[in-house]
Ligand binder design. Structure first.
Ligand code: LP5
Ligand code: MN
Length: 262
């Protein structure tokens, strides 16, 4: 991979063909330290995703991603996603806050398409706004400053010019600082801001939102004044935790349905 590649955040599609029978996941945070989560995801790809036309991953597939040239340990996941693409599943990927450097090499290796965040798509017949969701957590000011920094192309280029070991050490240090910072934050500032969601819905003209990031799976009705919209939130996955969890969103008879693992 050439280090002169454009920053991946610029190499995304702003539009995509309608999704006919999609399944959505996000926040899997895959890492070698969580082998049960990886196994469950591989099982999900074979058993659940394969029943659908499209697989949409709305960010944070990995615990962290230090660049496509550091993909070594992720090989089983890359191969499994490529196998899905090979049998005709359409794979759509969005960046999360943990993996903003997923790039075109990863997309090419998996057969996936990287999507802009946010993006408006026709999903099972409804105009739908898709996002990782972190940009709507506007009350988390420290996080928004951090987010703006790591999305700067020059910052990304500087990071990518470091050795893999340096990048891994930096990512691990950011994870620790993030966990530390979160432990002092009020719970509600780490959720989406209702006004930000309302503004995004109005601007997009969408009737439904699907997002991840907050790890608060559920569905909400949003009152737009002259109409009602829906906000669906995906679960995070951790099958190695004392409280194993995970799940996905699919459609049944045209309606979204959240499936949460027992
Ligand atoms: O990730 P999660 O869900 O635990 O928490 C997020 C926010 N935290 C983050 C940080 C990530 O976890 C770190 C991921 C590492 C990726 C490495 C590879 C990419 C490097 C890219 C370089 C180009 O996103 C957390 C939110 C929470 O969601 C809920 O929304 O609160 O935000 C924070 O904790 C951020 C802190 O408040 C402030 C930042 C602390 C670190 C400061 C280090 C300064 C280093 C230089 C500047 C970038
Ligand atoms: Mn996230």
């Amino acid at each position: 991979m050439s280090l002169a590649d454009p920053p991946p955040v610029l190499a995304v599609s702003a539009t995509a063909a309608p999704l006919l029978d999609p399944v959505f996941v996000s926040d899997l945070h895959l890492a070698a330290e969580r082998p049960r989560t990886i196994r469950r995801f591989l099982q999900f790809l074979q058993q659940d995703a394969a029943r659908h036309r499209e697989l949409v991953i709305l960010g944070d597939l990995f615990e962290f991603w230090i660049g496509d040239d550091g993909a070594g340990a992720a090989r089983p996941v890359v191969d499994a996603l490529a196998a899905c693409s090979d049998i005709g599943l359409r794979l759509l990927l969005m960046h999360g806050n943990r993996d903003p450097l997923l790039g075109r090499h990863f997309a090419a290796a998996t057969g996936g398409t990287l999507l802009a965040d946010p993006i408006v798509l026709d999903v099972a017949g409804t105009k739908t706004l898709l996002s990782h969701g972190d940009a709507w957590c506007t009350r988390d000011v420290a996080y928004q400053q951090f987010r703006a920094t790591i999305r700067q192309p020059q910052f990304q280029r500087d990071f990518l010019s470091k050795s893999l070991d340096e990048r891994i050490a930096f990512a691990r240090s950011l994870r620790l600082q993030s966990e530390d910072a979160k432990s002092t934050k009020a719970i509600d500032i780490m959720d989406v801001t209702p006004e930000a969601v309302l503004a995004a819905l109005r601007e997009s003209g969408a009737g439904r939102i699907i997002h991840g990031h907050t790890h608060r799976p559920g569905s909400h009705v949003v009152d737009l004044g002259d109409a009602l919209a829906e906000r669906w939130v995906l679960p995070d996955w951790d099958l190695d935790d004392a409280e194993p969890r995970g799940g996905f969103l699919e459609f049944a008879d045209g309606r979204p349905r959240l499936v949460l693992f027992d």
